[in-house]
Design a protein around this ligand. Structure first.
Ligand code: GLA
Length: 382
């Protein structure tokens, strides 16, 4: 968490609203493995990181509330009893959505002002949206003593995303951002919402992100389509979610589903298995196996689930061509954002430089490299 971010938010808040705010840090996340499994009640393996959103929040004395996105230099006033979704893609939907979901639970809040700023690049697949939603939920809970548990808050954030943003996301991002533990990744069961923390110390290896700096359009509708496809296959199988299916089960209905959807469901079943195998590999300090699972995850995301793009595939191929990278894959919803790489510490910088040069040559644009630390989840800044 960067001190300059905290100081910026505090200063602007006081200059704008003449009050000292409560300050909240809400992190973004990485995900080691387990992609598109969360909304299938499966397993994921995310961790909160030291990049995120700092929000300042306090009660307002007027009959109006204000949200101020410092990064966008955009300030908007609103009335709490007149909320509705703004046009698609507007940042205020993350704020409005959380307020509306809190109100839906018959909790009463008063007027307030919030200002926020972040250092997670948008579209990086690092969940800047969940970080923002959680910061609003957490801040309002503190300010108005709503008595919400952290689990309540993540479901509020998720519903905001469904109903105001229009993405039918799973629970991974909100969970990881809220419940992150320093130096740990969370092996989360998305059915029970219980996670097992894993201390991540890969000795002479580390995780490194490379951002393609692209976000292809239509990614939201493609996401929702895939979720529906998974749900229709589980309905055919007569189960609650694909988490309950084996490859053999899927085989029994193969001729009743379109080949593309068969591949998608197969991916989910396999990815869910890989995620559990990855947990075992980490327990056994078996980074070779972990790396292979990560490469296999990318292969499935690219060829079966079809949520990758040429920029991501290019970076993963760069990794495959370097024997010091044990595994690499696209991370998050897909269609852009980052790859996550499991790379030898001594070679990480050299690999990132070679890959960056090759990327620039291929696409005539820059990628960005992030070395991240695993951090604590959403919390008050004292
Ligand atoms: C996005 C969603 C998550 C999850 C991932 C894919 O980040 O918000 O719920 O589905 O995509 O694993």
């Amino acid at each position: 968490m960067s001190n300059s971010l905290i100081n910026d938010v505090k200063k602007v808040y006081i200059d704008t609203f003449n009050k000292e705010p409560l300050l909240i840090f809400s992190p973004g996340r990485i995900n080691i493995i387990g992609e598109h499994t969360d909304y299938n009640d499966g397993f994921v393996f995310p961790a909160a990181v030291n990049k995120g959103i700092v929000a300042g929040i306090e009660k307002s004395d007027s009959n109006i509330s204000t949200a101020y996105a410092l990064d966008k230099d955009s300030k908007i006033e609103f009335k709490l009893d007149e909320l509705k979704p703004s046009k698609e893609g507007s940042w205020q939907n993350y704020v409005f959505g959380v307020i509306a979901e809190i109100q839906n639970r018959n909790k009463t809040i008063g007027n307030f002002n919030i200002a926020f700023k972040g250092d997670i690049p948008g579209g990086a697949g690092m969940s800047s949206s969940a970080a923002l939603e959680n910061s609003v939920a957490f801040g309002l809970n503190e300010l108005f003593n709503l008595g919400l548990s952290k689990e309540d808050m993540i479901f509020i954030s998720q519903k905001a995303e469904h109903n105001y943003v229009g993405v039918n996301c799973g629970i991974m991002d909100q969970y990881a951002s809220m419940f992150g533990i320093k130096d740990n990744a969370l092996h989360l069961d998305c059915r029970t919402i219980k996670a097992q923390p894993y201390k991540i110390d890969f000795k002479d290896h580390q995780l490194m992100l490379i951002n393609t700096n692209v976000k292809h359009s239509l990614s939201d509708s493609a996401y929702n389509d895939r979720r529906s496809a998974c749900e229709s296959v589980s309905e055919l199988l007569g189960i609650k979610a694909l988490r309950d299916a084996t490859e053999a089960d899927l085989e029994t209905i193969k001729d009743q589903v379109a080949p593309e959807n068969y591949q998608k469901a197969l991916f989910v079943i396999q990815e869910n298995k890989r995620t559990q195998q990855a947990a075992k590999a980490i327990e056994n300090d078996d980074l070779e196996s972990l790396g292979k699972l990560i490469y296999a995850s990318h292969d499935g995301l690219q060829n079966q689930y079809k949520v990758s793009c040429e920029e991501l595939d290019f970076l993963v191929n760069q990794a495959k061509g370097n024997k010091h990278v044990l595994g690499a894959r696209m991370m998050g919803g897909g269609f852009g954002g980052c790859t996550i790489n499991l790379v030898a510490k001594s070679e990480a910088k050299a690999f990132s430089e070679t890959a960056s040069i090759a990327y620039k040559k291929e696409f005539n644009k820059d990628c960005s490299v992030y070395f991240i630390e695993l951090s604590e989840g959403t919390h008050l800044i004292k």
